[in-house]
Design a protein around this ligand. Structure first.
Ligand code: MN
Length: 467
């Protein structure tokens, strides 16, 4: 087997360079690596510090393909990675960061034809830098109908004083991007994108559908807003696609070009193979520069949602700072799932066999768990009082946490759920330092009074009394 070292790409040796990955025109692995190396100056600024999911096609576009999120075991040491907790728990996913041409050539050499980055950059994994709408044509419609919807979408966004950009997906549809580059969170961008998609669906029911689960896509364009989630990726700008027998690039286009393609009913104008994509870039430069630079804010109601979440992040800063999530199996604060809750909120008492055995009492309040370490546990006899020491707010995911925190780590020892249930505030409130709660658990039922004491040391002491 011949091996061609391509020194210009940081000494990446292309294995099986003559392997045909796209049958039409016999587009080889060497050509794939070559394309990515040449497009690197335009692609890399968009990928920098964004975790990516790789879609690998070791046997070409019509062979078996798989998504790779976690860096494979053979990943060289010089490839940058970033650990992100799994939604479902378990060990972190070590996402690859394509920050330089060498890494780009290395992933291309693994036949990672499609590169799908997240909407955030590390370490701010809660903050998308843009909103994306994926316009996907249903049966019987094509990219030109997507273009029509893209213009409607652009108009709605304009009324909200938001500029947008558009690229072809390289598959069948288009993607409309709204640069933000300001403080926000997925808790703001996701409801925003959904509201916009539903608005367009309501105004154009014959053309648009916004719900993926419905089988209503025939003859319509799906505006997929669900991509604006912290666990979703979208095909990256200048990535190749592996959907057809030839390679096509996910390429930014000018709105004017979309209009012309529509006017001429010529979908082929919106298809770009690697050579053409590179020529365009030489001629026009990167049309997606505003995605990197333009600062925009979501409308007020949505921006507000983002700030609520930002406050939560600040509240949990101490919780995060005290723990090394590569070592402890405790939940990280980065990926909250909102609990369904009415007036009833949840509480937990965890038995914590740390250097000193104690019980941790936690009340769910405003998306965090207010927490107390109670050496003797909650008092069970009427009128009895125990002392509780307030500890840092915990992430709500901690409610069901049980496990062994390694010795030497913060709180090292075994944590078990002793009782869990719901509570209601009967009287008073936490911020005033006096509240009466009614607990409904398996073991604990009834009222407890919590009173904060003025304390001289930094530990805030509370008295917990069984009523
Ligand atoms: Mn504890």
């Amino acid at each position: 087997m011949t091996r061609t070292p391509i020194t210009a790409h940081g000494n990446i040796t292309v294995s099986n360079p003559d392997k045909v990955l796209y049958p039409a025109g016999k587009f080889t692995k060497a050509q794939v690596v070559e394309y990515y190396a040449r497009v690197a100056p335009f692609l890399l600024p968009h990928f920098k510090n964004r975790p990516v999911t790789l879609k690998r096609f070791p046997d070409g576009v019509f062979g078996e393909a798989f998504y790779e999120k976690d860096a494979p075991g053979f990943t060289p040491e010089w490839v940058k990675r970033f650990p992100v907790p799994r939604h479902e728990g378990g060990p972190d996913i070590h996402y690859i960061l394509i920050n330089d041409i060498r890494t780009l050539a290395w992933v291309a050499n693994m036949a990672a034809l499609e590169l799908h980055p997240f909407l955030h950059r590390v370490p701010r994994i809660e903050r998308p830098t843009h909103v994306v709408f994926d316009l996907d044509p249903g049966e019987g419609v094509n990219i030109l109908q997507c273009a029509e919807i893209a213009f409607l979408l652009r108009e709605v966004l304009r009324k909200l004083h938001l500029q947008s950009l558009v690229k072809v997906s390289g598959s069948k549809g288009l993607q409309v991007y709204v640069p933000l580059n300001t403080a926000t969170t997925y808790e703001a961008t996701q409801p925003f994108s959904r509201a916009i998609a539903e608005l367009l669906e309501n105004g154009n029911p014959k053309l648009v559908v916004s719900d993926m689960s419905k089988n209503l896509r025939v003859g319509r364009v799906l505006i997929d807003w669900s991509q604006n989630a912290d666990y979703k990726t979208t095909v990256g700008v200048y990535s190749l696609r592996a959907k057809r027998e030839r390679p096509y690039v996910s390429m930014p286009v000018r709105w004017e070009e979309l209009r012309k393609a529509m006017a001429k009913s010529d979908a082929a104008r919106l298809e770009f193979q690697p050579e053409e994509a590179l020529r365009r870039l030489d001629r026009m430069g990167d049309l997606f520069v505003p995605l990197l630079k333009l600062k925009q804010q979501l409308p007020h109601e949505f921006a507000k949602l983002g700030r609520t979440r930002g406050r939560r992040t600040a509240q949990l800063a101490e919780y995060e700072a005290k723990r090394d999530f590569r070592k402890t199996s405790e939940p990280a604060a980065g990926l909250p799932r909102r609990s369904a809750q009415g007036s009833r909120r949840r509480f937990v008492v965890q038995k914590h066999a740390a250097s000193h055995l104690h019980y941790d009492f936690r009340l769910e309040m405003h998306d965090v768990l207010k927490s107390w370490a109670v050496p003797r546990g909650l008092p069970l006899k009427e009128g009895e009082t125990h002392t509780g020491f307030q500890t840092e707010d915990h992430t709500v995911e901690y409610l069901e946490f049980e496990g062994i925190i390694p010795q030497g780590e913060y709180g090292g020892g075994t944590v078990m759920v002793w009782d869990i249930g719901t509570y209601e505030v009967v009287d008073g409130n936490y911020w005033k330092g006096a509240l009466r709660v009614y607990l409904t658990g398996k073991k604990l039922k009834g009222e407890w009074m919590l009173n904060r004491l003025e304390s001289e040391d930094k530990k805030t002491r509370w008295l917990l009394q069984r009523k």
